[in-house]
Design a protein around this ligand. Structure first.
Ligand SMILES: [Zn+2]
Length: 411
């Protein structure tokens, strides 16, 4: 049975963690920041030094390509991301890319002839410090000019990053590829949760990446003197917003398991110790793997918001924000990952991904799949993020076997 080169792989894992390394032991490599540019240069060097073809597209996605002798073959992408959240961990994204790169090197070393081109791809701005799953959306044509002009990470930061990397709005939009040339996309990632660790599974095979919907909910009351206005006469916007948050949380937990809801941002006006809040704007986001459940969650959450506004004498404005459709993974690839795990004697289970990943972009146009390896204590987006060396090696070996399964090479 073919296996990856453990020593080389773990050495590359250590090397990548030097770029943007933080004192706390993690990495800080926001997309297209100077630290991200450093690891990009390093990756390019690794690709060319190993005699592989290097390519970069208009969205800054960097690729290592092992071409099939059949030049008309389709391309199987193995991807993830080197960008991190500010002050993040050294495994999120990087494990997937280094594992994929090691798979490509191992296949090249072994002289295995694949019936497809194999391309390892570092996808730009997965984490969303600029826009979120940006590189993959550029490839599948889900990036718009409007979003480039008004990115969630602010336009100035985006233009700074693009100029650092020699990119432009035009180039970003030109990165779209013909889906007919793609065979599919595969990714391995740390779980960022505790389901595998608690149930003692080696591998978690993702069946769907959850859909996400969001709202800005604005509760409008009346500003008043925080001392002299009698409590029973107040129209305090914060009372309504906080009642809504707790009611909505209870309802989602009771009726929509395993769905989740979050209230991640709040603006309070006028915003002083001594003024009753006149207006509260609350960021609401909710996720589920099935679209019918997302619809029902949306209805329930809006219902709770209206009830809370009514109860506290407030007006409500509900403005829809970003949304993402649930992304089911390709059955044939899911099976390939399960077969690969079994051949390696690794235990596996199926699960939903509650975090967004580039695999969801590709699911719109081609076969897409991903799997997880355990994260110690589920810690992620944190310098303490850790995945044991054996689990990292499992990630790369399952990826290698899955590629061979897809290629129809049984060993
Ligand atoms: Zn990630």
């Amino acid at each position: 049975m073919y296996t990856i080169n453990r020593e080389r792989f773990l050495r590359l894992m250590d090397e990548q963690a030097q770029f943007g390394a933080t004192d706390a032991g993690g990495v800080s490599r926001p997309a297209l920041s100077p630290e991200d540019m450093q690891i990009r240069n390093w990756f390019q060097q690794q690709i060319t030094a190993n005699g592989l073809k290097y390519a970069i597209d208009g969205a800054g996605n960097q690729s290592a390509i092992l071409e099939s002798s059949n030049l008309n073959a389709k391309t199987l992408l193995l991807g993830s991301h080197f960008d991190s959240v500010p002050n993040g961990g050294r495994f999120d994204g990087a494990l997937g890319l280094i594992a994929a790169f090691e798979v490509l090197l191992s296949i090249k070393d072994a002289g295995i002839a694949l019936p497809f081109h194999l391309e390892v791809i570092n996808l730009t701005d997965e984490e969303g410090t600029l826009m979120g799953i940006t590189g993959s959306r550029a490839i599948v044509g889900l990036l718009s000019r409007e979003e480039l002009l008004n990115p969630r990470g602010e336009r100035e930061r985006l233009t700074e990053g693009m100029s650092r990397a020699g990119l432009s709005d035009e180039s970003m939009l030109s990165a779209k590829r013909d889906p007919a040339l793609l065979l599919g996309y595969l990714e391995v990632h740390i779980e960022q949760g505790t389901r595998l660790e608690e149930a003692k599974f080696n591998i978690g095979v993702v069946t769907s990446i959850v859909g996400i919907r969001s709202y800005w909910m604005t509760f409008k009351g009346e500003a008043a003197h925080a001392g002299t206005k009698p409590m029973d006469k107040r129209r305090d916007a914060f009372w309504g917003a906080s009642a809504f948050a707790l009611w909505a949380k209870d309802r989602i937990m009771a009726d929509f398991h395993p769905g989740v809801v979050n209230f991640g941002r709040i603006h309070l006006e006028p915003g002083a110790f001594n003024i009753v809040p006149a207006e509260v704007k609350l960021a609401v986001e909710f996720r589920h793997g099935e679209i019918t459940q997302l619809d029902a969650m949306e209805t329930a959450i809006l219902e709770q918001a209206h009830l809370a506004a009514q109860e506290y004498g407030l007006q409500l404005e509900a403005e829809t924000g970003d949304s993402l459709l649930p992304a089911p993974m390709a059955d044939s690839f899911v099976t390939a990952i399960e077969t690969a795990s079994e051949k390696l004697g690794l235990s596996h289970t199926r699960l939903l991904s509650f975090a967004g990943h580039d695999a969801q972009s590709f699911a719109h146009v081609t076969n897409s799949a991903m799997f997880f390896v355990p994260s110690v204590n589920g810690i992620s987006h944190n310098p303490l993020e850790y995945t044991k060396p054996d689990d990292c090696v499992n990630a790369a070996n399952v990826m290698l076997q899955a590629v061979l399964e897809i290629a129809g090479i049984t060993t």
